[in-house]
Write a protein that binds this ligand. Structure first.
Ligand code: CMP
Length: 140
């Protein structure tokens, strides 16, 4: 097993409902270490850059508006197999399909307001981390 890093966002539906600590407790209980964290208010431009891969999708406008409408918490998480581990604890993108005990099953509101984002691969994790954190803000 290799120590790996992944990028996480606690989305506006989490910060608006005061669930940051509750979601972080789930993250830590899954063995993921929060090695960088900050609360920011994304600009629409930042959201569009972050989700550029989805720019042709019909939900792109709704997604980027929602992500820039209220504060989010951006994080770097570290663990053995952090990417797969976090995706497991997040649960399915659509909360209706998320397994019991997952973050999305317990907290998500809908497919759009699905509480958390996690990177899907090492390459994207590195790109996403670099969009929001300088090297000296990550303390493993
Ligand atoms: P996330 O893991 O942040 O990556 C892309 C996001 O797009 C996803 O979580 C969902 O919040 C959102 N998304 C995916 N599919 C839909 C959809 N059909 N309608 C609205 N939002 C969606």
């Amino acid at each position: 097993m290799t120590t790996q890093r992944t990028f996480s966002i606690l989305k506006p539906d989490v910060t608006q409902r005061n669930l940051t600590g509750a979601v972080n407790a789930k993250i830590e209980a899954a063995g993921l270490r929060i090695i960088a964290q900050k609360r920011i208010h994304m600009s629409l431009k930042q959201a569009e850059t972050f989700y550029a891969v989805h720019s042709a999708r019909p939900f792109f406008g709704e997604l980027t508006q929602m992500m820039s409408a209220a504060p989010v918490v951006v994080q770097v998480l570290e663990a053995d197999n952090a990417i797969a581990r976090y995706r497991e604890v997040m649960g399915a993108t659509n909360p209706a399909n998320a397994a019991p005990g997952t973050i999305r099953k317990e907290f998500a509101v809908s497919m759009g307001e699905n509480s958390v984002h996690g990177s899907d691969a090492e390459e994207t994790a590195a790109i996403e981390i670099a969009q929001f954190f300088a090297g000296n803000e990550i303390v493993g």
